[in-house]
Write a protein that binds this ligand. Structure first.
Ligand code: MN
Length: 439
């Protein structure tokens, strides 16, 4: 687990004044990583670090030679068009760069004018995926989500017997993951409506989102070499937001016996910014498994897990329909929950994924699964919020929704806040459903 150090000091201020307003996602205590370029510039994409409403251009910082030692080497790796080589260097490299940037960006820093020359306004940029994602695995770590979904199919036995023993997951599709701002055509697929005798090929009618966190793998493991619980977090580069768009009617017909396929692989959206585990250190919580539940098998347990395996990250889902956009109504929040409710932690996902020797690689993405919390308003997908489409939700402007309509945008947001620590956030993860391509 990451120890608190000088970069977490709540009293730190930056000479970038927008980082000090107490409401920004990107104070000097955060320093998340993304890949960006000036919009429309044709410039190469390169790594950057958010500070207030600005970005530290790591390619420019590398050329300016303001850093030394391990921080300089890390900066060079992070200046590339993908962060994979930087991620592969492990937490020592990202931590060294974080410390150097924290010192360089502080109010009164000796190199302030040179650092100013390395800043680009976030309003002037476009983002790319932060890494080449070789493999993507999606888990199912919210017991509340698993129970709510299970209840719709099996009212008497909502939770399958394996759930409390094994972190359930499936191998997802990496090629259709895109960064925030993604818009995609409503998927077409085989539908088998209730009562029908044969399926039809048609546009999805039960379009849904899933509120998830994405976990970017840093250092990988060799094929055949497992990662134990105590080392698991040292293989995590950081966290982002992930919307695992889901076509519920396609899913309902195809998912047995091998799980989701075309219902999930047409689009997935992530936030551009990756917040490191080090930045999240002030927000760790003890992980608790109820005494009424099976305790994890030893390969999924550790003292670090018990003392601070969970992370308190507040999560939100907002919707903006085409009509709301037209009427200039603000996006409307339909969910507020926390990552702390997850039944399985990210360390358990890493340990489980590799217990059979499966090799994780730098830039691999693990999804947590839909992060629903314990109450009805904490549901991380429409299928839960509307109870399978039976209880529409009402939106500003008089509209209602059971599932998403063409033109609807979903924005995921996340932040951490508590007394004595500085609020930090993840930026937006936004995507829009467009009409289906005509058959
Ligand atoms: Mn999912």
């Amino acid at each position: 687990m990451t120890e608190l150090n000088e970069t977490h000091d709540a009293a730190l201020k930056s000479f970038v004044t927008s980082a000090n307003d107490g409401v920004t996602d990107f104070p000097i205590q955060n320093l998340p990583f993304a890949v960006f370029r000036r919009v429309g510039s044709g410039e190469p994409f390169r790594g950057g670090v958010a500070i207030g409403d600005q970005i530290v251009d790591l390619a420019r910082l590398h050329r300016a030679r303001l850093l030394s030692g391990e921080a300089a080497t890390a900066c060079e790796a992070a200046a590339a068009a993908t962060l994979n080589a930087f991620m592969a260097k492990g937490t020592a490299a990202s931590s060294a760069l974080r410390l150097a940037l924290s010192r360089q960006l502080r109010a009164g820093a000796a190199d302030e004018s040179e650092m100013h020359a390395c800043l680009v306004s976030q309003s002037d940029v476009e983002y790319a995926l932060p890494a080449h994602i070789g493999d993507y695995t999606d888990f199912y770590t919210s017991v509340y989500h698993a129970t709510n979904i299970g209840r719709q199919f099996r009212p008497d036995n909502p939770l399958l017997p394996n759930y409390k023993w094994v972190p359930i997951g499936y191998h997802g599709r990496a090629s259709s993951i895109a960064v925030s701002g993604q818009s995609f055509s409503r998927p077409v697929g085989q539908l088998m409506p209730p009562g029908a005798e044969t399926p039809t090929l048609a546009p999805c009618k039960r379009m849904d989102y899933e509120l998830e966190m994405g976990i970017f793998v840093g250092t990988g493991n060799a094929l055949g070499a497992r990662i134990g619980m105590e080392a698991a977090e040292s293989h995590v580069f950081g966290l982002c937001l992930l919307n695992d768009w889901s076509a519920r009617d396609i899913q309902g017909w195809e998912y047995q016996p091998l799980g989701p396929f075309l219902s999930k692989n047409f689009a997935s959206t992530i936030s551009p910014w990756i917040v490191t585990l080090e930045a999240l250190a002030p927000y760790r919580l003890a992980w608790i498994r109820s005494a009424d539940d099976p305790q994890p098998l030893p390969y999924l347990d550790s003292t670090g897990l018990r003392s601070e395996g969970a992370i308190d990250i507040q999560l939100e889902v907002l919707i903006e329909t085409a009509l709301m956009r037209e009427r200039r109504l603000p996006p409307h929040r339909i969910c507020l929950t926390s990552y702390r409710h997850a039944y399985w932690t990210l360390s358990q996902l890493i340990a489980h994924h590799t217990v059979n020797g499966c090799n994780l690689q730098p830039g691999d993405l693990l999804g947590t699964g839909t992060l629903s919390g314990p109450t009805a308003t904490e549901a991380g997908a429409l299928i839960e919020l509307t109870v399978g489409g039976k209880q529409p939700i009402t939106l500003p402007g008089g509209q209602s929704r059971t599932f998403l309509e063409d033109g609807d945008s979903i924005t995921l947001r996340a932040h951490c806040a508590k007394p004595g620590a500085v609020r930090l956030g993840f930026g937006d993860c936004q995507g829009t459903v467009l009409p289906a391509i005509p058959l």
